[in-house]
Design a protein around this ligand. Structure first.
Ligand code: BG6
Length: 511
C-alpha cells in the first residue's frame, strides 16, 4: 500500500550556480534542415530567444544542400517549429526576431569550395551582427561525415583561431552528436581526427541526457545533502536499477537503428552516463574536469564481459513487428531491448549489481534510477508474517516523465494491531517549483556558448564506455543469437524478469 505526500520546495533557494550570460557568437548548424535540427536545436535556440537568454550579438548560420535560399529556409524552420510545439502557440514576434538572425549556405559537405563560401559568409555575418568571430559549430550530420567536415573546416581556416592562438577569443567550439563512433576502434579514430583539428577543450561531445535537469539533480541530491553519502555504498545498498523505457518504436529511423541497436543507441551513452553520475566518488570541486575525472573512473571500473556475459547476465529482445518497419531487414537480429547485470569493480560498489534495462515499444515511457537498500538486519515486530510486510527502502530518481524523487519507507498502518505498510514520500519538480524543467538542448547549447564543458563527455569517458559496450556488441554479433520477441506495449522479454528472479529480486514495474 502506498500513499504519496508532497514535500514543500524552498522557493527562496537560489540556483546551484549563477551562470554567466553567453557572449557574442554564431551558431553554425551543419544539417540545419535535418531531423535533429528541426525537432530539437532550432526550437531550443528559439526558446532561448523568447526567454531573453541569447546574446544580442548572435546569429544562426545553416549549412545544407539547400540552406542558401534563406526565405525558404526560414519558412521551413518556422513550419517545423509549429509542428514541434503542439502544446503552446509560437510567439510570432519572437519568431520574427529569431528568424531574422538565420542565414544559410548551400553546399555539399564533401567539397572544399563549400567551406570557402562558408568562411566568407561567416565573415560577413561577423560584420553585420558583431559576432566577433566566435563560433559554435554543431555537427548534426551522420557520423560518417564528421571527419571530412572537421578536416575541411580546418583547411578553410574556420577553426583556425582557437588552434593557433590557443587563446579564448575568438573561440571555436565544435559540438559532436552521438553516436560518437560505432565501436571502440572507430571512437578512438574519431577522437584522434578531432584532436588533429582542435584541442580537447574545444570539443563538446554531446549526450542530451546530461542536459536533463533531473540528471543534473543527481549531483545535487548526492552532494548537497549530508544524509545520502554515508549510505551510498555496498554496506547499505543491495542493488541499483537504471531503466530507460520508451513506448515508441523506431519511428522512421529503421535504417539508422539497424546499424546501432539498443546497445549503441542508448546504453553506451545515456545509460552509462547516468550510471557514472550515480556511482562516482565525490569530486573535489564542481569544475568540469574534476567531475569528468570521477565519472571516467567509474566507467573504467565496469567489469568487462568478454563473452558478452557471464552466463545469463544479458537478455536481448526485439519488439514484435520491428522487422516490418521501413529500412529494417526481414530477418533482422537487431535488438531493440536489453537488460543486463553490470558490476563496478571498486571499493565502494564491489558486490552491488547495477541492473540496466532499455527498450523501445514498451508499456510506458519512463527513465529512472532506483536504489534498493538492504533489508533491516533484525526484525523486532514479532511474527514472521508482520516482518515479511517490511519491504526494503527504495530511493527513486525519476528522470522523466513526472520528474522528481521518491523514497519508499515502512510505516505503521493506523489501527490497534501492529500492521506495517510501505508509503512513498514523493517530490515532483513541477508541483514543487511550479514549472516544468527546461529542455535539455537549451541548457547544453547555452553551456557550450559559455564554454562550460561540465555536461559534455570527455574523450576518456567515451572510450571507457565503448570499451565496455563494444565487447558486448561483438559477442552478440559473434554469437548470432536471435533476440527474444516481445509484445508491443509489454514489459519486455520474459527472460529479463527471469534474470532478476534468479537473483532473488524483481524489476520496478514500468508504470
Ligand atoms: C536518442 C536515441 O539519443 O534518445 C533515440 O537515439 C531515443 O532512439 C531518444 O528515442 C530518447 O530521448 P528522450 O530525451 O526522449 O528520452
Amino acid at each position: 500500500m502506498s500513499s504519496p505526500f508532497s514535500l514543500q520546495a524552498d522557493q527562496g533557494a537560489g540556483p546551484l550556480m549563477r551562470d554567466s550570460a553567453p557572449g557574442p557568437c554564431v551558431a553554425l548548424l551543419f544539417g540545419i534542415t535535418g531531423d535533429l535540427s528541426q525537432r530539437k536545436l532550432v526550437p531550443a535556440l528559439f526558446h532561448l530567444e523568447s526567454t531573453g537568454a541569447l546574446p544580442e550579438n548572435f546569429a544562426v548560420v545553416g549549412l545544407s544542400r539547400s540552406a542558401g535560399d534563406v526565405e525558404a529556409l526560414r519558412r521551413k524552420l518556422g513550419e517545423a517549429l509549429e509542428r514541434h510545439s503542439p502544446n503552446a502557440p509560437v510567439d510570432r514576434a519572437a519568431w520574427e526576431r529569431f528568424s531574422a538572425r538565420i542565414t544559410g549556405v548551400s553546399g555539399n559537405l564533401e567539397e572544399s569550395e563549400t567551406y570557402e563560401r562558408l568562411g566568407a559568409h561567416l565573415s560577413e555575418v561577423d560584420q553585420a551582427r558583431g559576432t566577433l568571430g566566435n563560433r559554435l559549430i554543431y555537427l548534426s550530420t551522420p557520423p560518417s561525415a564528421f571527419p571530412t567536415a572537421l578536416t575541411q573546416l580546418k583547411q578553410a581556416g574556420i577553426v583556425r583561431h582557437a588552434v593557433e592562438a590557443g587563446s579564448e577569443l575568438p573561440w571555436t567550439r565544435v559540438v559532436i552528436e552521438k553516436p560518437f563512433g560505432h565501436d571502440l576502434a572507430s571512437a578512438r579514430t574519431l577522437n584522434q581526427q578531432a584532436l588533429e583539428v582542435l584541442g580537447e577543450e574545444h570539443i563538446y561531445r554531446i549526450d542530451h541526457y546530461l542536459g536533463k535537469e533531473t540528471v543534473q539533480n543527481i549531483f545535487v541530491m548526492r552532494f548537497g545533502n549530508a544524509i545520502f553519502e554515508p549510505l551510498w555504498n555496498r554496506q547499505h545498498i543491495d542493488h541499483v536499477q537504471i531503466t530507460m523505457a520508451e513506448t515508441i518504436g523506431v519511428v522512421g529511423r529503421g535504417r539508422f537503428y539497424e546499424e546501432t541497436g539498443v546497445l549503441r543507441d542508448i546504453v553506451q551513452n545515456h545509460l552509462l552516463q547516468v550510471l557514472a553520475l550515480c556511482a562516482m566518488e565525490p569530486p573535489v570541486s564542481f569544475e568540469a574536469d574534476e567531475i569528468r575525472n570521477m565519472k571516467a573512473q567509474v566507467l573504467r571500473s565496469l567489469r568487462p564481459m568478454p563473452n558478452g556475459s557471464e552466463e545469463g547476465s544479458i537478455v536481448w529482445g526485439q519488439y514484435e513487428g520491428y522487422r516490418a518497419e521501413d529500412g529494417v531487414a526481414k530477418n533482422s537480429k537487431t535488438p531493440t531491448f536489453v537488460a543486463m547485470r553490470a558490476h563496478i569493480d571498486n571499493w565502494r560498489w564491489n558486490g552491488v549489481p547495477f541492473y540496466l534495462r532499455a527498450g523501445k515499444a514498451l508499456k510506458s515511457r519512463v527513465t529512472e534510477v532506483s536504489f534498493h537498500f538492504k533489508s533491516i538486519p533484525f526484525c523486532l515486530f514479532g511474527d514472521e508474517q508482520t516482518c515479511q510486510m517490511i519491504d526494503p527502502n527504495v530511493l527513486k530518481l525519476r528522470i522523466q516523465p513526472n520528474e522528481g524523487i521518491s523514497m519508499q519507507i515502512a510505516c505503521k498502518v493506523p489501527g490497534e494491531d501492529l500492521s506495517i505498510g510501505g508509503v512513498t514520500m514523493d517530490f515532483q519538480y513541477e508541483g514543487a517549483f511550479g514549472r516544468k524543467p527546461p529542455e535539455a538542448y537549451e541548457r547544453l547549447l547555452l553551456d557550450c556558448m559559455r564554454g562550460d564543458a561540465t555536461l559534455f563527455a570527455r574523450r576518456d569517458e567515451v572510450e571507457y564506455s565503448w570499451a565496455f559496450s563494444s565487447q558486448i556488441q561483438e559477442a552478440l554479433e559473434r554469437g548470432g543469437n536471435e533476440p527474444e520477441v516481445y509484445a508491443r506495449g509489454s514489459e519486455g522479454p520474459g527472460a529479463a524478469r527471469e534474470l532478476l528472479r534468479r537473483d532473488g529480486r524483481s524489476w520496478v514495474n514500468l508504470g
